[in-house]
Design a protein around this ligand. Structure first.
Ligand SMILES: NC(=O)c1ccc[n+]([C@@H]2O[C@H](COP(=O)([O-])OP(=O)(O)OC[C@H]3O[C@@H](n4cnc5c(N)ncnc54)[C@H](O)[C@@H]3O)[C@@H](O)[C@H]2O)c1
Ligand SMILES: [Zn+2]
Ligand SMILES: [Zn+2]
Length: 354
């Protein structure tokens, strides 16, 4: 194994029981296995998924507690296993939700790596990036170009990849309109900019003046406040040129209701892309309408390695300005509290040095 000088202990945020809170404490620095790298995480974005993981919201077990969350980690490679030859010590790298996958099952062969049954999930089935030193499979770490601002790029590693892939899955084309539901949050605010960069009009749906101002500043064509609108379906349709509704809807909200509404305002042949993962939520739609209006309903789950490279390339070209606020890793629980109340416009990024 090759490595730079490493400490034996580090600061981390550790979840010790379901429901939290996360505890800021010293833990040992781990060594990477033969096909892994150790990344000195400088900054990590805080995704709503981290909060779902701590709260035990999903029908999918985490690794046995204690768990270190986090999966938008941007940093520097400081150690690599003996089999790793294509990333150097000192290179910039990103740890994403998909920490590793088997690379040989039929899903991996088809580049649907997120569907791999042996996938390792950062901050969920393996310890993640809310620590100073985190491990990932070398094949899966994102290659980040030299000179990149690690604080600004961190949210691309989950939010960016996920919404970029989701917009592609929506099949919405340049010149057409997409509805982004949950547009003022982390995924949503970044989705507005990918849509804009791809030449797609975005109808942003969320709540409150701060999120409205942010969405419009980031390039949304229209903002609809779901707490004020008397008829969301009518308002969304009215925001499209022919009144028929958008070609696609990207659901990044953390409540069930908007998933049900979306099939009603999509234009015929429209595509509903489900990305948000509210706890215990179900999705139903009238069969008759779905058939005769040819509505498509699909899920989209992060992205593969090519999506990662492409999403980072949009960032590198200056097309995506992640709206983030920075805070010390020690303050993570405060971010979770704000997130739980839907009070975060954009993304929080934690700095692992404080
Ligand atoms: N599918 C995937 O691969 C994937 C990847 C990352 C995150 N996620 C999930 O996406 C969701 C969003 O994550 P985030 O980090 O952006 O969360 P966030 O808390 O930053 O944003 C969620 C937003 O949804 C808004 N919202 C709530 N109810 C709404 C409603 N009825 N209509 C419109 N907006 C509403 C909130 O006001 C908030 O702004 C989470 O459930 C997360 O787990 C999925
Ligand atoms: Zn995430
Ligand atoms: Zn696989």
């Amino acid at each position: 194994m090759g490595s730079l000088n490493l400490p034996t202990e580090q600061w981390a945020q550790v979840v010790e029981k379901v429901g939290g809170p996360a505890t800021y404490k010293r833990i040992p620095v781990q060594q990477p296995g033969p096909d892994e790298v150790l990344v000195n995480v400088k900054y990590s974005g805080v995704c709503h998924t981290d909060l779902h993981a701590m709260m035990g919201d999903w029908p999918l077990d985490t690794k046995p507690l204690p768990l270190v969350g986090g999966h938008e980690g941007a940093g520097v490679v400081v150690a690599r296993g003996s089999l790793v030859t294509d990333i150097e010590l000192g290179d910039l790298a990103g740890i994403k939700w998909l920490n590793g996958s088997c690379l040989s099952c039929s899903y991996c062969q088809n580049s649907d790596e997120s569907l791999c049954k042996k996938a390792l999930l950062s901050g969920y089935t393996v310890d993640g990036t809310f620590q100073e030193y985190a491990i990932a499979k070398a094949a899966h770490v994102a290659r980040i170009p030299k000179g990149t601002n690690l604080e600004a790029v961190a949210p691309i590693l989950c939010a960016g990849i996920t919404v970029y892939k989701g917009i592609k899955e929506s099949l919405v084309r340049p010149g057409q309109t997409i509805a982004i539901v949950g547009a003022g949050g982390g995924l949503g605010s970044i989705a507005i900019q990918y849509a804009k960069a791809m030449g797609i009009h975005a109808i942003a749906i969320d709540a409150g003046d701060e999120k409205r101002d942010l969405c419009l500043k980031l390039g949304a064509t229209t903002f609809i406040d779901f707490t004020k609108s008397k008829d969301i379906v009518a308002d969304v349709k009215a925001a499209t040129p022919d009144g028929e509704g958008p070609y696609g809807a990207l659901l990044v909200a953390v409540q069930e209701k908007p998933f049900q509404q979306a099939t009603q305002y999509l234009r015929s042949k429209g595509v509903l892309v489900c990305i948000g993962l509210p706890a215990n939520a179900n999705l139903s739609a009238p069969v008759f309408d779905t058939v005769v209006r040819m509505i498509n309903i699909k899920g989209s789950y992060v992205g593969n390695r090519a999506d990662t490279t492409e999403a980072l390339d949009f960032f590198a070209r200056g097309l995506i300005n992640v709206p983030y606020k920075s805070i010390g890793l020690s303050q993570l629980q405060n971010v979770y509290d704000l997130m739980h109340e839907a009070k975060i416009a954009g993304r929080y990024v934690v700095d692992t040095s404080k």
